[in-house]
Design a binder for this molecule. Structure first.
Ligand SMILES: C[S@@+](CC[C@H](N)C(=O)[O-])C[C@H]1O[C@@H](n2cnc3c(N)ncnc32)[C@H](O)[C@@H]1O
Length: 229
């Protein structure tokens, strides 16, 4: 199955490229009037929020399963792939994306070039043309909607990377966090760049034990919710 089979893709009429303060690129969505990453640094934010504060806290496990809400440019998925290569750890990544971008747009973001791993460029680009693939110890899957999750699924780390509550309030409502809590494994966590009190309270109401931790450049704090063992 290819990405085009699951939902209509976004083109240059829908998004354009913006270079952020750390020199890495991101996209601006005209529909949601929002950037896909922080203007202070796309790669800096992704590494700090999702890799260092989320994925790496689960490194004690023999294999790690990740669920990302908002696959977007694929930057977080690609960083998770690089993490799997570097640490020789099995990762099962599932991304949810309702509005995939085209592969030519993904290529223009030049993440492999920015990250100094052009030898992995083909893998990054394949993430935008395939809904499933396996490379070394990395298992990749893309699904179009959260409704495609099955009741038995459990993830060690949730990358919650929806557009901000102001742009898509329905994605930050209580039912979303209740569902995400149900699919988080015991001892697993959810991370988000957002530090808003309302999001924290909803994560807590769902059952997570929530910490405010230092945020990426340009943001004082972010949230990590832990599911008890
Ligand atoms: C902040 S961006 C994600 C950035 C992404 N994590 C990355 O590394 O590039 C939010 C993403 O959520 C997607 N999105 C918006 N509404 C959605 C929905 N109802 N279901 C799934 N994805 C959605 C958008 O298309 C966008 O790609």
């Amino acid at each position: 199955m290819t990405v085009n089979d699951i939902s209509p893709t976004l083109g240059w009429d829908d998004v354009y490229i913006v270079t952020t303060r750390d020199g890495s690129n991101t996209l601006y969505s005209r529909k949601f009037d929002a950037l896909y990453h922080s203007a202070f640094g796309a790669v800096g934010e992704s590494k700090h929020v999702f890799v260092q504060s989320g994925l790496s806290t689960q490194q004690n496990k023999p294999s790690i399963s990740i669920l990302e809400f908002g696959f977007g440019t694929g930057l977080n998925a690609f960083l998770a792939y690089l993490f799997s290569l570097k640490h020789h750890i099995e990762i099962h990544y599932t991304g949810i994306e309702a509005h995939p971008i085209t592969q030519p747009i993904a290529a223009k973001l030049e993440y492999p070039e920015y990250l100094g791993c052009t030898e992995e460029k083909e893998i990054f680009e394949r993430m935008h043309t395939r809904t499933e693939m396996e490379v070394e110890k990395f298992h990749f899957k893309l699904i179009p909607t959260i409704m495609a999750l099955e009741a038995h699924m459990a993830f060690d780390c949730i990358f919650f990377d929806a557009f901000a509550p102001g742009a898509q309030p329905e994605l930050w409502a209580q039912p979303m966090f209740d569902l995400l809590f149900r699919v988080t494994s015991s001892g697993g966590c959810i991370v988000t760049y957002c530090a808003q009190g309302e999001a924290r309270r909803r994560m807590e109401a769902a059952g997570f034990s929530v910490e405010r931790i230092p945020g990426p450049p340009g943001k004082r704090e972010m949230l990590r919710g832990n599911k008890p063992q």
